[in-house]
Design a protein around this ligand. Structure first.
Ligand code: ZN
Length: 132
């Protein structure tokens, strides 16, 4: 796996992950949330921002089963686009689900964030909540 490249605009995000907090960038001027991090608000153009902690809960909008073409993981990964309850979207991995079921269906699944170490890097992942 490739380590995340941490830059000025997303350092707060990885600092939050390190203490198991999912932080979302928020415009100070108009309070619009945005992710992935960016230096300027796309709504009002403000350069001022802070961060809000997400509930970590959301729903799977779409997903793929990812298999590396020439360096396969031990298991395929379920890569998901999650819409958080706060309305922003995050790309992540879905864990604690079968990853070898060709008939799996994860659309609209209720999920919650968790934090897992992979190759020495702590990453935000999502797991199902409630009934599968
Ligand atoms: Zn704004």
């Amino acid at each position: 796996m490739v380590d995340p490249i941490i830059q000025h605009d997303d350092r707060y995000f990885w600092d939050g992950i390190a203490v198991h907090r999912l932080l979302i960038q928020r415009c100070v001027a108009c309070h619009t949330l945005r992710h992935p991090p960016a230096p300027m608000c796309g709504v009002c153009g403000s350069l001022e921002w802070d961060a809000q902690e997400s509930s970590g809960r959301g729903r799977v909008l779409t997903w793929i089963l990812s298999r590396h073409p020439n360096a396969p993981d031990e298991n395929a990964r379920v890569v998901v686009l999650v819409e958080l309850d706060e309305g922003v979207r995050v790309v992540s991995n879905l864990v604690d689900v079968p990853n070898d079921d060709p008939y799996a269906e994860y659309d609209d699944m209720a999920v919650a964030v968790d934090y897992r170490e992979r190759d020495g890097v702590l990453l935000p992942v999502f797991h199902p909540v409630g009934k599968l």
